[in-house]
Design a protein around this ligand. Structure first.
Ligand SMILES: Cc1cc2nc3c(=O)[nH]c(=O)nc-3n(C[C@H](O)[C@H](O)[C@H](O)COP(=O)(O)OP(=O)(O)OC[C@H]3O[C@@H](n4cnc5c(N)ncnc54)[C@H](O)[C@@H]3O)c2cc1C
Length: 317
């Protein structure tokens, strides 16, 4: 029987897409933690990405898309699935009037600069959010009164091996959550922005940047806010954790940032996801006990999974 690995290699070779073994989440995520990945496949165009996931689905091979890994905490064990590395699917930005078309792997901060220079307003608050356009669309990234969903006219998604346009209005854009379903690959988007003077847009971007620099750790390894703000609470999660005196609290290689209590940062070459997770659970437990509030993760927790039987067989024989 052909093993899953042989099948993956065959599909990637046939479609001319790079497929690698031996990579780790620790190199691919901003927290710099997480275990080994069976395969990382890096498509360079929207059509290639659509074709790859179609073939993987047909073959029953599990995959997950990853952008810059700035909102993912992957556990320390072996992850037996394909990571579709979207950060190389950069394409190019096309601006026509007030419409901007961009591929999923393009950097969101870079896009904010490009459109500001072109005199288009609507995403300048997002300039300091690390990550790709695809990652931002997936969870409706937002900051300083801007959310990507409010300016998204269409999203290009992969369906049956093809690139399909989905109208932005048909998508539910909620607080750090959208109606996209697991297994849906976002390939790119067209944004509809508002013309304004480039200097004014730049001023607003600079203002958002200074506010961010004043309130968040920079140069540290984090995934941004670890928890969402609770809907019914008048105070934000960061303030709540700060009030419990947890800033600077440590679990092994993970620390509650002394700058912003809703940021968990990691330290050291061999930092471990289990430390970050244990610290996060300690925070949740205290907030539950002392405030009666159930904190919801904003960061995505990616669990490892058992090895497929065909691979086990291959190693044993
Ligand atoms: C210092 C710092 C500050 C931050 N500040 C903010 C902030 O102010 N506001 C905010 O909203 N976020 C913030 N974040 C979180 C993070 O940057 C955003 O969520 C960002 O949009 C994630 O993009 P990414 O490319 O890194 O996605 P990843 O972390 O790689 O992935 C996140 C999720 O999106 C999915 N995904 C990624 N690409 C695709 C695709 N093409 N198709 C389908 N699914 C996809 C992944 O499967 C995963 O489920 C911050 C993070 C850091 C480190």
């Amino acid at each position: 029987m052909i093993s899953e690995s042989e099948l993956i290699e065959e599909i990637a070779n046939r479609l001319g897409v790079r497929a690698e073994r031996g990579r780790r989440f620790a190199e691919l995520t901003s927290l710099r933690v997480g275990g080994a990945i069976d395969w990382v496949i890096s498509p360079k165009t929207e059509a290639e990405a659509a074709a790859i996931v179609y073939e993987l689905d047909q073959a029953g091979i599990g995959w997950r898309p990853l952008g810059s890994g700035s909102n993912v905490l992957a556990d320390d064990h072996d992850h037996h699935y394909v990571v579709l590395n979207m950060s190389e699917l950069k394409g190019e930005v096309r601006i026509e009037g007030d419409r901007v078309s961009v591929s999923a792997g393009y950097s969101l901060p870079r896009l904010c600069i490009d459109v500001a220079r072109a005199g288009l307003s609507g995403i300048e608050g997002l300039g300091g959010i690390p990550g790709t356009v695809g990652g931002a669309l997936w969870m409706n990234a937002g900051a300083y009164d801007h959310e990507i969903g409010t300016v998204t006219e269409t999203v290009r998604v992969a369906r049956e091996g093809k690139v399909i346009d989905v109208p932005g209005e048909s998508i539910e854009w909620n607080y750090r959550h959208t109606s996209f379903k697991e297994g849906e690959l976002l390939l790119g988007a067209t944004l509809k922005l508002t013309p304004d003077e480039p200097e004014k847009i730049k001023e607003r971007m600079d203002e958002a940047k200074s506010r961010r620099l004043a309130s968040q750790p920079h140069g540290s390894r984090s995934a941004g806010c670890f928890f969402k703000n609770p809907p019914a609470s008048t105070i934000g999660t960061g303030k709540m954790i700060d009030d419990m005196g947890m800033k600077g609290q440590r679990r092994g290689s993970a620390i509650v940032s002394p700058v912003h209590a809703n940021f968990i940062v990691t330290e050291g070459e061999n930092a471990r996801a289990e430390d970050a997770l244990a610290l996060a659970e300690e925070i949740r437990e205290r907030v539950r006990r002392e405030q009666g509030i159930e904190l919801e993760y904003e960061v995505e927790l990616w669990r490892s999974n058992p090895e497929p039987p065909s691979e086990k067989g291959e190693q044993e024989s």
